[in-house]
Design a binder for this molecule. Structure first.
Ligand code: UGA
Length: 461
């Protein structure tokens, strides 16, 4: 899609946009708004992050984003601050993009950041303005905040809308500049018209623009993530069946995916979903509907969560079966990011499995092209190899858990002179089963009946 930049007309000031919170969502949104031609001010409470971003340095991995950040911080169109006073006095449209992590010891979302950011900003707004929520929040949040905003600052007119974000890590720039759809909840017709101006570029390419109420907008986001999580656990539940009775989960997914009503995407069986969104969003949704007295309504999501976590146990179980005992055995884990093209290890299935193997006594060696530093911060005691080959050196078992392209392309011949034992678990169903078996490897994958079980049953492959 062609990106149509905002061309300021004579005498008309382009909208000034602030983005509160500069994590994956906020930093991407800020840089993309600058790319569209707006003057942008990003705000973060962390002075170190503000310093880095102001210098054009992105503190996380996201393809395509460093280039935008450098370009627009150099031109001065994109700036960063820690000051709510500056943001409140300067901006016309304020996007709230702070996190809503899972509360410690609870399934509900921790709303501290959204509440504090919105109200700190509202107190400092000195002219009529829009606050636009992008964070994923429990239904009812926007209406509650709208009332609080009016209470803390009755002197100016502040409208509050919700405009959930659907970007995927790894594709964040593309998803922001050319989204599948835009959803805007709440707001006067004038406020909605301002958002049409903000998103003029996407709208010029006929991106669907759905105008609705606050509650629907909030729910669209959690419904989308709950659906995606359910789709993954659905195929993983069938993987449990094919592991038991035989069959090939990839072919099964291909076959049902050809039905256009079902679709093939998000039917990749493996070690399951992780990250900062899907796991905590399905838990927060259950917590919220229970709070609303709808205890049974989202109960199926507990099952979705459980199926997902069982996939991790399955990998540990397979490793134990292959090696007989884990104590002192060297296991190479390929990938620790929660998915490829990201350095994010929040609720990463791969890192969880690596930690479980380590806790069971294995000597775990890890390699990931981007996520090593983040993983090391969480689990300093695992071995972090400098290179893929170093990670594989002397390994008794190799486990692929994040499908980075360089792992998907691995050939048995490359590994053979490095590893101690030709044993591999494909935790993402991305390698060619036959190729590895024909090369003499003990090859296991999730969603196929275990070779080990078959051998024990005396039935061959
Ligand atoms: C997810 C949603 O896809 C975005 O639309 C949403 O905006 C975002 O959460 C959010 O709420 O901010 P993201 O967390 O970046 O995006 O990751 P996904 O691409 O959805 O993948 C989530 C997990 O599911 C990963 O661990 C991935 O490996 C796993 N997955 C995905 C599977 O196990 N199988 C699949 O078929 C697809």
């Amino acid at each position: 899609m062609e990106i149509v930049a905002v061309i300021p007309q004579e005498g008309i000031m382009p909208l000034r946009i602030t983005v509160i919170g500069t994590g994956y969502l906020g930093a991407t949104h800020a840089a993309c708004m600058a790319e569209l031609g707006f003057e942008v001010l990003g705000l973060d409470a962390d002075p170190k992050k503000v310093e880095q971003l102001s210098a054009g340095i992105l503190p996380f991995h996201e393809p395509g984003l460093p280039e935008l950040l450098r370009e627009h911080t150099s031109s001065g169109r994109l700036r960063f601050t820690t000051s709510y006073e500056e943001a409140g006095a300067w901006g016309d449209v304020h996007f709230i993009a702070v996190g809503t992590p899972q509360k410690a010891g609870d399934h509900a979302a921790d709303m501290t950041y959204v509440d504090n950011a919105t109200l700190s900003l509202a107190r400092c707004i000195t002219k009529d303005a829009l606050i636009v929520g992008k964070s994923t929040v429990p239904v009812g949040t926007a209406r509650r905040l709208r009332e609080l905003v009016a209470q803390v600052n009755p002197d100016v007119s502040i409208d509050l809308l919700w405009n959930p974000e659907f970007l995927r890590e790894g594709f964040a720039v593309k998803d922001t500049l050319t989204p599948d759809r835009l959803v805007v909840g709440g707001g006067t017709p004038e406020a909605v018209a301002v958002l049409r101006e903000v998103y003029a570029s996407a709208l010029a390419s006929d991106t669907p623009f759905i105008v609705t109420d606050l509650e629907t907008a909030e729910l669209v986001k959690v419904a989308a993530n709950a659906f995606l999580a359910t789709k993954i656990s659905f195929i993983n539940a069938f993987a449990e069946v094919t592991e038991h009775v035989g069959g090939d989960i990839r072919t099964l997914a291909d076959a049902i995916g050809l039905d256009k009503r079902i679709g093939r995407r998000f039917l990749n069986a493996g070690v399951g979903f992780g990250g900062g969104c899907l796991p905590k969003d399905i838990r927060a949704l259950q917590a919220r509907v229970s709070e609303l007295g709808l205890d049974r309504t989202m109960r199926f999501l507990s099952e979705v969560d459980e199926i997902n976590l069982r996939r991790r146990e399955r990998v540990v179980h397979l490793a134990t079966e292959i090696l007989h005992e884990l104590d002192g055995r060297k296991i190479t884990v390929l990938g620790v990011a929660f998915k490829p093209n990201s350095d994010d290890v929040r609720d990463s299935p791969a890192l969880d499995v690596a930690a479980q193997l380590f806790n069971a006594g294995a000597d775990v060696s890890i390699y990931d092209p981007e996520a090593m530093n983040n993983a090391r911060l969480r689990f300093p005691r695992l071995n972090y190899a400098e290179s893929l080959d170093e990670a594989l050196d002397g390994s008794h078992l190799t486990i692929l858990l994040t499908e980075w392209q360089e792992f998907v392309q691995l050939k048995p011949s490359h590994l053979e002179h490095l590893v101690e034992s030709k044993a591999l678990i494909d935790g993402r169903n991305v390698l060619d089963h036959d190729e590895w078996i024909e090369s003499g490897w003990h090859f296991e994958s999730l969603g196929r009946r275990s070779e080990l079980v078959l051998t024990e049953a005396g039935s061959g492959s």
